[in-house]
Design a protein. Structure first.
Length: 400
């Protein structure tokens, strides 16, 4: 059975600080915004929704318990529409889509709403604790913060500070142009307050005034951490060929901390016919992969190889790539490894410019890819994200 994508929406991304526009909005209300939108846009009787699968990474405080179920109830979904909240770190939003698609493709479910949410302004990243953040665990695994892993990749692959800064500038320029051309208009759902007044209707982090000169003035974010806490030396025990780590990443060429939510309608052919929905794409293949937890961010490479093999495709068969810009070195590594033209990778901009709301990003990227395929008359897109702990996730969608 085929799992179809019928619709995809997202909120704008708000700056993930107390000064950000979405700080005043509860994360559950961000999720309600997109759940209501996909229901109303597609005239869905929510009694037919067999699950609401939502990615959320930091499941504590305002995002604690099962935010998927709470949001479904607040969105006035039928009581018979259950919800589940999952956490695969940065891959959570795409994992939600993949799990929903798997249930539909298996024939177990006909209609599932999948997506993600993260309010990084209200629920601080890492505030849920966990063994991976414990010093004993880090010592046993020899793991280091992701920023040092990103710098290690840059060192091993020969990416200079100028390389990562140029990539960051391109991300900002592309995001700016996308908003100017209203390329996100179909999918963006403005966030409103209780009085119906608009709180935010545009990605808040984009910096049209970004320049290479300005980026060059920013200090490396992880250099002191690597040197003062001997983390660079720890890395070199596993990668002895590295004489020194070139610390090239900073706030301007790394993903922004933001708030946001996204939702997609995943269903069978019968579900589409029941509600008069036209399928926009089908989920062709999905894959997961593990990677060395020290270098950590290389997961998109094996995940991409796996998903292409499962789909019976080659890298040249893909028209559009969404490679999450956790750090500039991740898409640079991807393009270098697979020989992909930068014109095909994140052509509308990425998380460096617009931000990375951890649990929602994978769902947002899928919607961006879907809109781009339709706008350009293209056929296939590959979405992939690196994941904490050394994992990767990838999905191929095909326009119908």
């Amino acid at each position: 059975m085929t799992a179809y994508i019928y619709d995809a929406v997202r909120t704008p991304r708000g700056r993930g600080k107390s000064s950000g526009s979405l700080y005043v909005v509860r994360p559950v209300d961000l999720l309600v915004t997109v759940l209501e939108a996909v229901r109303d846009r597609n005239h869905i009787d929510t009694a037919a929704v067999e699950d609401v699968v939502i990615g959320c990474v930091t499941q504590s405080g305002d995002q604690g318990q099962c935010i998927a179920r709470t949001a479904a109830l607040l969105a006035k979904y039928d009581f018979d529409a259950p919800g589940v909240t999952l956490n695969r770190f940065c891959g959570s939003g795409l994992e939600a889509i993949n799990q929903a698609a798997a249930m539909v493709a298996s024939g177990f479910h006909d209609l599932v709403i999948a997506g993600g949410v993260e309010s990084m302004s209200r629920v601080e990243m890492g505030s849920d604790g966990g063994a991976m953040m414990d010093a004993r665990t880090e010592l046993e695994l020899n793991t280091v913060p992701q920023g040092i892993s990103a710098d290690l990749i840059a060192t091993l692959r020969g990416f200079s500070r100028q390389d990562v800064d140029r990539y960051a500038l391109t991300s900002q320029q592309r995001a700016t142009e996308s908003w100017e051309k209203r390329l996100f208009e179909r999918s963006i759902i403005p966030v409103k307050d209780q009085n119906g007044l608009t709180v935010l209707d545009k990605d808040e982090l984009v910096r049209p005034d970004t320049t290479l000169e300005g980026l060059a003035k920013l200090r490396p974010a992880f250099e002191m951490l690597g040197k003062n806490f001997a983390l660079d030396e720890l890395v070199k025990k596993t990668y002895p060929q590295v004489e020194h780590i070139d610390h090239v990443h900073h706030a301007g060429n790394s993903s922004g901390i933001v708030d946001g939510a996204a939702a997609l309608v995943i269903g069978s052919k019968a579900a589409g016919e029941r509600f008069g929905m036209k399928p926009r794409a089908r989920v062709k293949a999905v894959a997961l992969a593990g990677a060395d937890p020290i270098i950590m961010l290389t997961g998109p490479l094996p995940a991409t190889r796996k998903v292409l093999a499962k789909a019976g495709m080659t890298i040249g068969d893909i028209d559009h790539f969404e490679v999450n810009e956790a750090f500039a070195t991740v898409p640079l590594m991807f393009m270098q490894e697979f020989g992909v033209d930068h014109a095909k990778v994140n052509p509308e901009g990425g998380a460096i410019a617009m931000g990375h709301p951890l649990g929602a990003t994978g769902a947002m990227l899928t919607g961006t890819a879907l809109d781009a395929l339709e706008r350009k008359g293209q056929g296939t897109a590959l979405i992939t994200l690196c994941i904490g702990g050394g994992m990767g996730i990838a999905t191929i969608i095909e326009r119908v």
